[in-house]
Design a protein around this ligand. Sequence first.
Ligand code: CTP
Length: 395
Amino acid sequence: MIANKKLVLGITGGIAAYKAAELVRLLIKSNVDVQVVMTEAACQFITPITMQALSGKPVFIGMWDTKVGNGMPHIELSREADAILIAPASADFLAKLTHGRADDLLSTLCLARDCPLLVAPAMNKQMWENPATQRNITQLTADGVTILGPDSGEQACGEVGLGRMLEAEDLLDGLISHFTPKSLTGKRILITAGATLEMIDPVRAITNLSSGKMGYALAKIAVDMGATVTLISGATAISPLSNVTNISATSADAMYQSVMKNVAAQHIFISVAAVADYTPVDSLTQKIKKTDYSADKPFSLNLKKTKDILADVASLPNAPFCVGFAAESENVIEYASQKRIAKKLPLIVANEAISALGNNDNQVTLIDDNGTHNFPRAHKTEVARLILRHIATLL
Ligand code: CTP
């Protein structure tokens, strides 16, 4: 998505400048062509040598730099760029941008740009909350500048509040999101994710190895692609996602109720959750004691079948476009195709259960009316992108 993009990374004066070093490392790893431009103040916090070593290119600082052939780096650098990201963007630099000032190389090339501008504010919380800064942010947003963050938390000055610059990974996510084509704009997508927990007693449950990574990746990428996303999550260690309606439903029954409550206005339903097929007939309110059982009196658990959420949604009169997942340990394509037909789904994602559940990467085959589509093993974020792109072509 961002590979081979040309990015000008502007660094202004602030403690958070150290995070720009990690950001450059991540960008280079993602094959982004990074040109670093620093203000004089930024050089007080991190050295141009560090940024040059990480980006593999000399850093621009002054207006009168002769490194560019035509002697006009402010024009040359912005013309070549697909985007400019200022990280960290100090309160002073945001004020400059708002007023179109151009008194150093970075502010001049921002004014001379014909590409998108993204800024990652970083400052003390009082500076951030100051009406002047808030006015500037409102104006910059109206001018089409993308504001990434800031985050809340402990600040370099010891105060706690809004104003911390986003972490390098979050800024990379912001850039990826910026460059993602918005092919799902206007679509509402309901996604289930994670494992269900079927309680046996207050502390024990029947569950499975699903981590939620695939469903959460789909939710995140769907947002990047412009969709409005509701994520109904079973048990997972993953934190709720931003820009998503997060709903927790840990049992198969709770997930069923939650899906049925939220499905009406959806265009797409992607059922990624590993929903238990069976649940205890009785969930005990007190812990089962092992002393209650013996060789003569063996413990047994009565299970009943759960409702099939996906099959029921797919058979609704105004069913959304339904996508199922089939995690199989053998005959993957055959079993997945059978599930697609049985549940009347336009699309099913087949994957090998043992290598998919809980892992960071996955290899999937998509099965639809046109046949099978094999995708290479990749990180679940990338797999999510491929699946959603495929869905967008089928709508
Ligand atoms: N699913 C569901 N509700 C259930 C069970 C499964 O919505 N009670 C969904 C899953 O989210 C997934 C698909 O159905 O999208 C999986 O189909 P299924 O035939 O239920 O798979 P398994 O549960 O793996 O079935 P089996 O154990 O028989 O292979």
